[in-house]
Design a protein around this ligand. Structure first.
Ligand SMILES: [Zn+2]
Length: 207
């Protein structure tokens, strides 16, 4: 390869912050993403995201006992609700369904995880900002591990492993917390770490 060839080579995109390392989870592919983001689909399926104080957000969710068709319908409603609220992840309790199902959509990964469990987090942490679709207009500042690994089932009950870096790790931890009835505000060291989004500010990344 000549030097010119190297120069003209398109810059490689940064690696995705959510990576499947074992198994093959069901993903929201480009076709479903387009269909489930369409205005008609959204008006028929999106629901208001439940807000802090709603009991469903503060109790552990249960193992889903649903058919594949039922899980797909649930995931479609979750996705449409997430799109409307501009989220990068959502957990079933946030649409009022107390079951252990999440979507993790950092870098449009579109990964659906059933009964996810965090099995490892890095000792190294980083101070980060975090928003939640269930705590509108606010964001928090907290320490989160830089990397994490999660095991979960796909919608057919097969196991897969997912590794997350930075936002990817944060999204995993945030969504699995939802299934345990925890919100990021429960992890803040002090009330001073909770801030209001000012009107001229951009909304923080929320999940
Ligand atoms: Zn959240």
């Amino acid at each position: 390869m000549t030097e010119e060839a190297i120069e003209t080579e398109p810059k490689a995109p940064p690696p995705p912050r959510l990576r499947v390392t074992k198994g093959t989870p069901w993903r929201i592919d480009a076709g479903r993403r387009a269909k489930w983001s369409a205005p008609e689909f959204i008006s028929a399926n999106a629901v208001e995201v439940r807000q802090i104080g709603d009991p469903v957000l503060h109790v552990p969710a249960k193992k889903p006992r649903l058919s594949r068709t039922e899980i797909e319908a649930l995931v479609a409603r979750m996705f449409a609700s997430m799109v409307v609220a501009h989220g990068i992840g959502i957990a079933a309790p946030q649409i009022g369904v107390p079951l252990r199902v999440v979507i993790m959509d950092v870098d449009e990964a579109g990964i659906i995880a059933v009964e996810p469990k965090v099995e490892w987090t890095s000792a190294e942490e980083e101070e980060t900002t975090e928003g939640c679709l269930s705590i509108r207009g606010m964001y928090g500042v907290l320490d989160r591990p830089l990397a994490a690994r999660l095991v979960a089932n796909d919608i057919a009950g097969k196991r897969f492993t997912l590794v997350g870096d930075e936002f990817g790790a944060q999204c995993m931890l945030h969504e699995t917390d939802h299934l345990d009835g925890l919100l990021y505000v429960d992890r803040l060291k002090s009330r001073d770490d909770l801030h209001t989004v000012e009107p001229e500010e951009e909304e923080p990344v929320s999940a």
